[in-house]
Ligand binder design. Sequence first.
Ligand code: SME
Length: 144
Amino acid sequence: HQENASVEEKLTQICANLKSEIPYYNWVGFYFKNGDKNELKLHSFAGEPTDHTIIPFGKGICGQVAVSNKNFVVPDVKAQDNYIACSIDVKAEIVVPLFKDGENIGQIDIDSHTPDPFTLEDEAFLEFVNEKVAEILPTNFSKV
Ligand code: SME
């Protein structure tokens, strides 16, 4: 699908820019709902490749945000029971849901090697990024 291919390129560029501009953003990725399955699928990212390209709803920080529709800020990943580790270097994580037409269709996920780096400013900024991304996503983006 031509339109989706160019959107994926833009998402990859956004991930790369965020990672390079913000020193404590060490891994940046977008997960989206995988069609009609109750799982998330990794679309684009910047940083080390991860094994966790599919995450069931409810599993890990990402899977929890898929069902809570709320930002999840994790100052210390070691303190989380329901957490999927991608790298031993990761100390903290933030996941902000992405809404399209009022529906939680995905999320931006950021890992940090710095302990407790995320503030309300990061939350507001990433909400803004997601709003802008939602505007460029085709209506059926996460459904096909
Ligand atoms: N840590 C996430 C899994 C995705 S990796 O951070 C890229 C989680 O617990 O859902």
